[in-house]
Design a binder for this molecule. Structure first.
Ligand SMILES: [Zn+2]
Length: 130
């Protein structure tokens, strides 16, 4: 397990060829499979965003289970939370694209800039919650 943890960090670092503040940014597995360490499945996210994403995702799984047990559960769903999840998911998609573009251009500075732009957008939209 420990070896695997080091592996994906090493793979990502080798690919982007720059260091990041590990308190501020974490690596996310885009498809949710932590054993899939292919470079296009790894993306660097602001830590707050990463934690929020996973907590919203857990909530979504909970809703899905509740729907299966009771179709009327819809009225208890917090749709704003779902909207937030979808927004984050699309942000992660954009970050992944930015990373892919920056690697093509061999310009990590571009990726860092793009990452910060996304982070600012995210902070503006969910200012009070993070
Ligand atoms: Zn993650």
């Amino acid at each position: 397990m420990k070896k695997q943890t080091k592996n994906y960090k090493k793979i990502f670092k080798n690919h982007v060829n720059f260091d990041w503040d590990t308190e501020k940014y974490q690596i996310h597995h885009v498809n949710g499979n932590h054993e899939d360490n292919r470079i296009n499945n790894l993306v660097l996210l602001p830590t707050n965003m990463h934690i929020t994403f996973h907590s919203l995702y857990s909530e979504l799984i909970f809703y899905k289970d509740m729907f299966e047990m009771d179709n009327n559960y819809q009225e208890y769903v917090d749709w704003e939370r779902i909207e937030k999840y979808l927004y984050l998911k699309s942000s992660i998609f954009n970050l992944e694209r930015a990373r892919a573009i920056s690697s093509l251009q061999d310009d990590p500075a571009f990726y860092i800039k793009r990452l910060h732009e996304e982070e600012v957008l995210y902070a503006q939209k969910y200012d009070k919650e993070i």
